[in-house]
Design a protein around this ligand. Structure first.
Ligand SMILES: NC(=O)c1ccc[n+]([C@@H]2O[C@H](COP(=O)([O-])OP(=O)(O)OC[C@H]3O[C@@H](n4cnc5c(N)ncnc54)[C@H](OP(=O)(O)O)[C@@H]3O)[C@@H](O)[C@H]2O)c1
Length: 249
């Protein structure tokens, strides 16, 4: 246990079966939250759940029925969620010229990021508003801030949409005691990314960062903790923080 900054809170971190989400889940649990670990891969969800002793749930977030069943299961097992990190997502199609983007890749990527975030918020927001309390953190991407040849257009567009939904929810739900903020990280070498991004490319990326290092899952997790913690960020809502170490690309 660290400072107990999330003591007494029920926190759902979507996409916490691996990568950034798993790191956020571990930090939130260390800060006293009852963390719900989520993913589609049962074995990985169970692995993370065991290491932090929280509930594990499975759901494809592009399917609203599955999202609703997940919410019901969480409410039955641990109670209503009052900290929600909508982290699940990822790019399902590589960078390409617009005319070469597979239509299926567009749909899958928009679904996995924008639609999944929308459906998650659609399911959990009413309960938070009714309870008069909720702290939402969405995870978009620096790719959603500007066009870049390295960013797949469907991913960038979906993440830009996530940012706008976050700001809209902040406006709509603020009067009901619910905050919504987001994080827009640059490339984070998760275990998986380390295998996908060559050492050469990583070195070039480092040079593009003012702080001369890439971000880490822990950098994102600490920022998510700040945004979830009302003591620290209670007057912030509708803000999407750029987390990029001063990247100029
Ligand atoms: N890593 C980066 O460089 C970077 C930079 C900026 C933003 N981001 C964003 O940060 C978030 C986490 O990234 P990451 O690199 O940690 O991702 P990751 O390692 O690929 O993990 C993605 C997570 O999302 C879950 N997920 C994906 N699609 C889902 C769906 N349709 N329904 C339910 N769960 C789904 C996966 O679950 P299962 O594996 O269990 O199916 C997994 O837990 C993503 O939103 C990503 O776009 C990442």
């Amino acid at each position: 246990m660290m400072d107990g900054r999330l003591e007494g809170r029920v926190a759902l971190v979507t996409g916490s079966s691996r990568g950034i989400g798993a790191t956020i889940a571990r930090l939130f649990a260390a800060e006293g939250a009852r963390v719900v670990v989520h993913g589609r891969d049962a074995a990985r969800v169970e692995e993370v759940r065991q290491s932090i002793g929280a509930l594990g749930v499975l759901a494809d977030l592009t399917d609203f029925d599955q999202v609703e069943s997940m919410r019901t299961a969480i409410e039955t097992e641990v109670g209503p969620v009052d900290v929600l990190v909508a982290n699940a997502g990822g790019s399902l199609t590589p960078p390409a010229l617009l005319e070469d983007i597979p239509i299926d890749g567009w749909k899958k990527t928009v679904d996995a990021n924008l639609t999944a975030t929308f459906l998650t918020l659609r399911s959990f927001l009413p309960g938070m508003k009714k309870a008069g309390r909720g702290d939402i953190v969405t995870i978009s991407s620096n790719a959603g801030r500007r066009p870049h040849p390295r960013s797949p257009i469907p991913y960038a567009a979906a993440k830009a949409g996530v940012q706008l939904i976050t700001q809209d929810v902040a406006l709509q739900a603020g009067p009901f005691g619910v905050r919504a903020n987001g994080i827009a990280p640059e490339t984070i070498p998760t275990d998986e990314n380390k295998t996908l991004i060559t050492a050469d490319v990583q070195a070039r990326l480092v040079e593009a960062h003012a702080v001369r290092r890439l971000g880490t899952p822990e950098d994102v997790a600490r920022t998510a903790l700040f945004l979830a913690d009302r003591e620290q960020s209670g007057w912030m809502t509708g803000v999407v923080l750029d987390l990029h170490g001063g990247t100029q690309i």
